[in-house]
Ligand binder design. Structure first.
Ligand code: CO
Length: 149
C-alpha cells in the first residue's frame, strides 16, 4: 500500500490500490474480440464517456482492471494519442484514492500538477477522477480514481 504525508499524519494511506491499466485502441470491438478469443478474458459491455470523448470497455481481473479506450470523436485526447501510436498502446494507469479532494490538495502542496481546467471530472461509474501531469510522476500519465470507503 502506498503511504504519503497528509494533514493528519503519515500513517493514513492516500493512494490505496491499482485500479486499472488503460490501453488506447483504434477499434474497441476488435480489441475486445482479441482479448476474448486469444486470452479468454471477459470483456464487459462498451460504455460511452461523452465528457472524456471515449468509448470504453473493462476486463475485471479481481484486484485490478484493464481499460480499453477508443476515441468517440475526432478531437478526443485519445484520437491524438492514436495519431502518434496508430496500433494503440498503454495510455495511463489508474490509482484508487479514498478521498479525491484531500489527495489532490496534499499532492498540490508538494508541487504536483493536476491536468485540466479545475472542473470536476467523472468516469463512467460516476466516480471522481483526475489526471496527474506525467512530468510529476516519473514520466507516466496517472489517473486518480475516487473509491469512497
Ligand atoms: Co482510466
Amino acid at each position: 500500500m502506498l503511504r504519503m504525508p497528509r494533514n493528519d499524519g503519515w500513517d493514513d494511506p492516500m493512494l490505496t490500490s491499482l485500479s486499472h491499466v488503460s490501453i488506447a485502441v483504434p477499434d474497441l470491438d476488435a480489441a475486445a474480440r482479441r482479448l476474448r478469443e486469444t486470452y479468454g478474458l471477459a470483456v464487459g459491455e462498451p460504455r460511452m464517456n461523452l465528457e472524456q470523448g471515449v468509448r470504453l470497455a473493462y476486463v475485471d481481473l479481481g484486484n485490478a482492471k484493464i481499460e480499453l479506450m477508443e476515441p468517440s470523436r475526432p478531437d478526443s485526447p485519445i484520437a491524438k494519442f492514436l495519431e502518434r501510436n496508430p496500433k494503440g498502446g498503454i495510455h495511463h494507469f489508474s490509482l484508487g484514492t479514498d478521498d479525491m479532494a484531500s489527495t489532490a490538495a496534499t499532492l498540490g502542496r508538494q508541487g504536483v500538477r493536476i491536468l485540466g481546467d479545475g472542473r470536476l471530472q467523472y468516469n463512467v461509474a460516476g466516480e471522481r477522477i483526475a489526471f496527474i501531469h506525467p512530468a510529476d510522476f516519473l514520466g507516466a500519465l496517472v489517473e486518480l480514481e475516487e473509491h469512497r470507503p
